[in-house]
Design a protein around this ligand. Structure first.
Ligand code: AMP
Length: 125
């Protein structure tokens, strides 16, 4: 079910539980600000989720409330993951869903990183 982009942060969401170590993930990258792990239902040969370690629902929530260090750290982490996965040369796509129209399902900010094949047009028409 898609979730709204606004409202209080839900501490019980699945990515909060992954961050607390309550459920496992296939970790790809981790630093002070971010965790990256494989999507459980991959939609491309490479499908990784990058999440900030602190509690933010969406890009707007993150950009409005996070410190400059958190924002810089998260953006750098996304780039580090793309480099680490060898996607700079072949290319890759980043996507962040927010709210119901975008069909956000997990109310903790996450950037999808897709790669490993030609990815086709940006959106279904
Ligand atoms: P979104 O629709 O942008 O909120 O995407 C949520 C993504 O989280 C989907 O691609 C799911 O496959 C993925 N997902 C849900 N639960 C897990 C999990 N436990 N581990 C890894 N990925 C997950």
């Amino acid at each position: 079910m898609p979730v709204a982009a606004t409202g209080d942060y839900d501490d019980a969401n699945i990515f909060a539980r992954i961050l607390r170590g309550e459920i496992p993930c296939k970790r790809v990258y981790e630093d002070e600000f971010a965790l990256a792990f494989e999507d459980i239902n991959p939609q491309a040969p490479v499908h990784v989720l990058v999440i900030p370690k602190a509690a933010y629902r969406s890009w707007a929530d993150f950009s409005g409330r996070a410190s400059d260090a958190e924002i810089a750290g998260f953006v750098r982490a996304v780039g580090a993951v793309a480099r680490q996965l060898g996607l700079e040369a072949p290319g890759y796509r980043l996507l962040a869903n927010a709210g119901e129209d975008a069909h956000q399902e997990v109310p903790h900010l996450h950037v999808h990183l897709f790669g490993g094949r030609p990815l086709g047009p940006m959106l279904a028409r």
